[in-house]
Design a protein around this ligand. Structure first.
Ligand code: G3H
Ligand code: ZN
Length: 297
């Protein structure tokens, strides 16, 4: 049941829970996300970043997601994560995404900040096009994912966020509340007071990026305060890596034993990837339960 992400997040708003948005880069990551959602009966978002370009053509990965979406029995949205320009967003929209993010806080290089006015301009342009075909738009204000920890001048300013939503028409808003992308050196400090101030005056569902490594209690409190979408990527990669490492080690042992008995080495990519897929399912399912989305489909 492929739907605009707004529909899924507004149900979270009513029910006081958040929905996980999980990054897919290939067939196995996509399969793991769908399998976890089906098992946990959880609505979810599956997302692709523009950095996937160059690793795979988006229509190839989208074809896999489309096939899985035709079979799944829980609501989902397919989302473009961190789109950096109007052109890139249009390219993914054409694929059939039901949700897109225009990350107008940074220029196309993904490093140089855009001005507030530039962010409004590019975001408004995307909203106009996407809304014409009923697609949900996520915008971003504040600077997250750069320096660890709640640096005051990087946090989202509530009044600016309110104006940003009014001037752009975005449906959901990513806010800077102290999270960053990837693993944290120490324990991240989430600016819950700032989040509460934002949620009080901003009338759209809020998004937490950089969900990996945020302590469960801090996530639960953020959901209580109004976070309705939590982005998870690195956690899935870690589960994959650890399982692959374990399998490679086990296979090397099998190879040594086989050769010791005069046998030959056997290679089966599925023997590596299948346990990795299972490990990703467990990591994703755990997050669906933490966010309160499990059993809400
Ligand atoms: O947009 C994707 C996320 O913000 C993922 O962050 O890799 O820290 O889980 P993460
Ligand atoms: Zn992100």
């Amino acid at each position: 049941m492929l739907v605009p992400s707004k529909d899924i997040l507004l149900k979270g708003e009513e029910g006081g829970y958040a929905v996980g948005a999980f990054n897919a880069v290939n067939m196995e990551t996509a399969q793991a996300i769908f399998a976890a959602a089906e098992r946990e009966r959880a609505p979810f978002l599956i997302q692709i970043t523009q950095t996937t370009l160059g690793y795979t053509e988006p229509d190839e990965l989208f074809a896999v997601i489309r096939a899985l979406a035709d079979r799944v029995t829980v609501p989902l949205a397919v989302h473009l994560d961190h789109g950096r320009s109007f052109e890139i967003v249009m390219r993914f929209l054409r694929l059939g995404m039901t949700s897109v993010m225009i990350d107008g806080s940074l220029q196309e290089d993904g490093k140089t900040p855009r001005t507030y006015e530039e962010n409004i301009e590019v975001t408004r342009k995307v909203v106009e096009a996407a809304h014409a075909i009923g697609v949900t738009v996520e915008g971003e204000i504040g600077r997250l994912g750069i320096i660890e920890g709640a640096h005051e001048d990087h946090l989202t300013v509530p009044e600016e966020a309110k104006r940003f939503v009014e001037e752009t028409g975005v449906d959901i808003l990513a806010v800077a509340i102290g999270t960053t992308h990837g693993l944290y050196k120490g324990t991240p400090t989430i600016a819950h007071d700032r989040l509460a101030a934002i949620a009080k005056i901003v009338p759209v569902p809020l998004v937490m990026h950089g969900g990996t490594g945020v302590p469960d209690e801090a996530v639960r409190k953020a959901v209580e305060l109004g976070i309705r979408k939590v982005n998870i990527d690195t956690q899935i990669r870690v589960a994959f890596y650890d399982a692959i490492a374990e399998q490679v080690h086990a296979t090397e042992k099998e190879h040594t034993e086989a050769e010791a008995k005069g046998g030959v080495r056997k290679y089966d990519i599925r023997k590596l990837l299948s346990p990795a897929r299972d490990a990703m399912i467990e990591a994703i399912a755990e997050k669906m339960r933490l966010f309160g989305a499990a059993g809400k489909a």
